[in-house]
Design a protein. Structure first.
Length: 417
């Protein structure tokens, strides 16, 4: 069996091996958002580190199917008396025999541990897909918000330029100029904040794709806004990561219980030979040597504790199923409500609205305050819509996460350019 030190060393070697292979792997060259999502799973260091653990536990699982190595047991004694003296020697080759029940329990436990590691890898892949979907959609939203704010900045700069070119300004124009100037400063700060947000998201994306910098990231990678929304299929909550992990915990607890019941089921047996001096020469003895734990019921408390652990794991599994069902119902409700909200608050064609506002202001039919308010409303409408859109998308992704189908249904939940 593996000791903790052996597992640690094997884990470290596996991780180093994975990263050495990664360093020589060809860099992904994504053309669109779908390619980026595939590259994120292939390149993400968190996934690589998780996958590096799998061979360790797979080897441990194989180890439980092998027999224990035999042991040598022996000793030497020097004897001396009035009649004789010499050396007594004995040697036995003992084989540890494991009963089928205990052997099966160890194998079940090792299989559950490996499945748990594999499940964690799949969960990391799905979580990476979720995070990448968020980044590619949010980057598209930030670009749009920057575009709307930049239009306001450019418009206000044009207005201020006209004021500056006027030889004489009325008191009302002086106040309007100051108001436009304050609004312009506010929009420039907002523009910088959006730029900082974009840089942060691009850095996170570069980490996932193992890019040295963000210069290779282009808007062609960003995902488009959803045009249609998928109909939610039937979801089995028992396949969710949390529920399945609780099921694996239950399997491990059951294996521990079975192993504790069989903890005294091992015994050692093997050939035995001994020699000792005798009056008529060397005396040799042959036979069978064996050993086993005694008394048999010494682990009564261990069995009782393992039984309680099984009951606790069964309860935890049942509660996690209930929790998963509630979460699924909540995500579906949020998703359906989000779709309705998006239809009601869609900002429409902002470009034509912006041009119309500019024309009315130029003709003197709209006041300065109303002109500034109109731009602010367009910016806020865009941000509000994006907020509801992102929450609706997250609800959709979480629904697919429940049955581990997010990565395999990318084209249902993402729209590449």
């Amino acid at each position: 069996m593996f000791t903790k030190n052996k597992i640690f060393v094997l884990s470290l070697l596996a991780i180093l091996f994975a990263f050495s292979k990664q360093s020589y792997a060809q860099t992904c060259n994504p053309k669109n958002g779908y390619d980026v999502l595939a590259c994120a799973i292939q390149q993400n260091p968190d996934i690589l580190k998780q996958k590096a653990q799998e061979p360790v536990y797979l080897e441990y699982q194989k180890q439980t199917k092998r027999w224990f190595a035999p042991e040598l047991d022996g000793g030497l004694n020097y004897t001396k008396s009035d009649d004789e003296k010499g050396i007594e020697a004995e040697l036995a080759l003992l084989q540890n025999i494991e009963m089928p029940s205990k052997r099966k329990a160890r194998q079940n436990k090792a299989a559950a541990e490996f499945d748990s590691i594999r499940l964690a890898t799949l969960e990391q892949e799905e979580q990476t897909t979720f995070e990448t979907l968020f980044l590619l959609n949010r980057l598209r939203q930030v670009e749009k918000e920057k575009e709307v704010v930049l239009e306001a900045v450019e418009t206000f700069e044009k207005v201020l330029k006209k004021y500056r070119q006027s030889a004489v300004l009325s008191p009302e124009d002086e106040v309007s100029k100051d108001v436009f100037l304050m609004a312009l400063k506010g929009y420039k700060i907002e523009l910088q904040q959006l730029t900082d947000e974009k840089n942060a998201y691009q850095s996170a994306l570069a980490y996932m794709l193992q890019l040295k910098n963000t210069t290779k990231i282009t808007s062609a990678w960003f995902l488009s806004a959803p045009k249609t929304w998928p109909v939610i299929k039937n979801i089995d909550v028992t396949t969710s990561y949390e529920v399945e992990q609780e099921n694996l915990n239950l399997s491990q607890a059951q294996a521990d219980y079975l192993e504790s019941k069989s903890s005294n089921a091992n015994f050692n047996v093997g050939p035995y030979i001994a020699t000792k001096p005798g009056g008529l020469g060397k005396l040799e003895t042959y036979g069978i040597k064996f050993s086993f734990p005694f008394p048999v019921n010494a682990n009564k408390n261990q069995i009782k504790g393992a039984k309680f652990a099984v009951k606790a794991a069964e309860q935890s599994y049942a509660f996690k199923k209930i929790e998963a069902e509630k979460n699924l119902a909540l995500f579906i409700q949020q998703y359906e409500q989000g779709k309705k909200n998006l239809k009601e608050i869609h900002p429409g064609d902002l470009k034509s609205r912006h041009q119309n506002v500019e024309r009315l202001f130029a003709n003197g039919r709209v006041s300065t305050s109303l002109f500034i308010e109109a731009h602010q409303q367009m910016i806020e409408a865009t941000k509000t819509y994006h907020q509801y859109e992102m929450e609706t998308l997250k609800s959709l992704w979480r629904i697919y996460l429940i049955d581990k189908s997010l990565s395999t249904n990318i084209k249902e939940v993402a729209y590449a350019k």
